[in-house]
Design a protein around this ligand. Structure first.
Ligand SMILES: Cc1ncc(COP(=O)(O)O)c(C=O)c1O
Length: 368
């Protein structure tokens, strides 16, 4: 089989850090704040601008606070766990490696004895089993299995516990029901194609109530501390970061958020993700050796799409495609079943997904 003539214009299909937005280049970033204090007037203004753009693009209701915190999505999720868990029983849902990581935190580090509801790669656990009198930890979009929760209807409106959503590969790709979410976290490195290093923490009013009424019986490092004298440190949600942020990463996020606004904000981003996932779906449907790891269509991720490959070693295929410069980083995650994982988030161009199809055929033929 001859090599296809058409190549994806950008071979960036990694599930994080993800492709930069179309048209991005480093010389377009506003660098006025670099080399200046993040606590200067300009520094605070840029951090606040970033927060405002996230709120606007996400259509985040005024009930929810949004702040920039250290250590990427992991930092944001762990600061919420460490600060808020222990007040009531805990339930952890896990269906892939990142959800499993939060189980390890809850069991081995926080020693909370949570109820754990699991399922295998490709499946979603029975969400109907969840007891909403407990605090519930879950991953909105399981990046390593390509399985997501279909919506928020399973989250009780009258829950007594808090819902904690690790939503890093979901935010900006799905229309999230904020009234059902007490804590959400993400990093710019996913759907925005931004940089790692910083996390974003979103808190609903019930999470703030928890922070102000409950003091966990455990040491909290400075970078996890969200209250001062029993009151929420509101500065964190107004651009006064706990410690020094990378203003270069912040400027990079601002550039992308302005691009996002120019294409219609959340709706524009979701439309691009939908089109990419649909294009990849057509590729999968047309090949009997390719399949979705996620069994039920309504649980299939539209961002981190995980595929099964029959008759050839997907790792070898991914290596060949990388060598050809047509697809970077598309082997499945190290803990997941062997397969391919192709990011379909908003920063990827649909024409590049379409151009990938014939190259998958070529690589499969080479590796059979
Ligand atoms: C669902 C999920 N949770 C957590 C993480 C960890 O994110 P970070 O490296 O930004 O802390 C990832 C990264 O891929 C992820 O996909």
């Amino acid at each position: 089989m001859l090599k296809p003539q058409l190549r994806p214009a950008r071979p960036h299909f990694s599930s994080g850090p993800c492709a930069k937005p179309p048209g991005w280049s480093p010389d377009q970033l506003d660098t006025r704040v670099l080399g200046r204090s993040h606590r200067s007037g300009l520094g605070k203004e840029r951090l606040q601008h970033c927060i405002d753009l996230m709120r606007e693009n996400l259509q985040l209701p005024a009930t929810h606070r949004i702040g920039i915190v250290p250590a990427s999505d992991t930092g944001a999720f762990e600061m919420a766990m460490w600060s808020m868990l222990g007040a009531r029983p805990v339930t952890c849902l896990a269906w892939e490696s990142f959800g499993e990581g939060w189980v390890t935190d809850a069991v081995k580090q926080l020693r909370l004895d949570p109820t754990v509801i699991r399922s295998d790669y490709g499946e979603l656990p029975d969400l109907g089993q969840v007891d909403w009198s407990s605090d519930v930890l879950f991953t909105w979009n399981g990046t390593t299995s390509g399985v997501r929760v279909p919506n928020g209807a399973w989250i009780a409106a009258d829950r007594e516990g808090l819902s904690f959503a690790d939503a890093t590969s979901a935010v900006f790709a799905y229309d999230l029901p904020w009234d059902r979410i007490d804590v959400a976290t993400f990093s710019w490195q996913k759907v925005l194609g931004g940089e790692g290093g910083h996390g974003v923490l979103i808190l609903g009013p019930r999470a703030v109530e928890r922070l102000e009424s409950f003091t966990p019986d455990r040491p909290l490092p400075k970078i996890f501390r969200m209250t001062k004298g029993g009151k929420l440190n509101e500065g964190i949600f107004a651009g006064e970061t706990i410690n020094t942020p990378s203003m270069l990463a912040v400027e990079d996020a601002i550039w992308t958020l302005e691009w996002a606004r120019s294409i219609g904000g959340l709706n524009g981003l979701m439309a691009r993700t939908d089109a990419n996932a649909a294009a990849l779906d057509r590729i999968v449907d047309a090949r009997d050796w390719l399949g979705h790891l996620a069994q039920a269509p309504e649980t299939r991720s539209k961002t981190s799409v995980c595929l099964t490959v029959a008759g050839a070693d997907p790792k070898r295929m991914a290596r060949l495609l990388e060598e050809e410069g047509v697809a970077f980083d598309i082997a499945s995650y190290r803990d997941a079943p062997p397969g391919l994982r192709i990011w379909c988030g908003a920063t990827v161009e649909t024409t590049d997904i379409e151009a990938l199809g014939p190259w998958l055929d070529w690589a499969w033929e080479q590796c059979r």
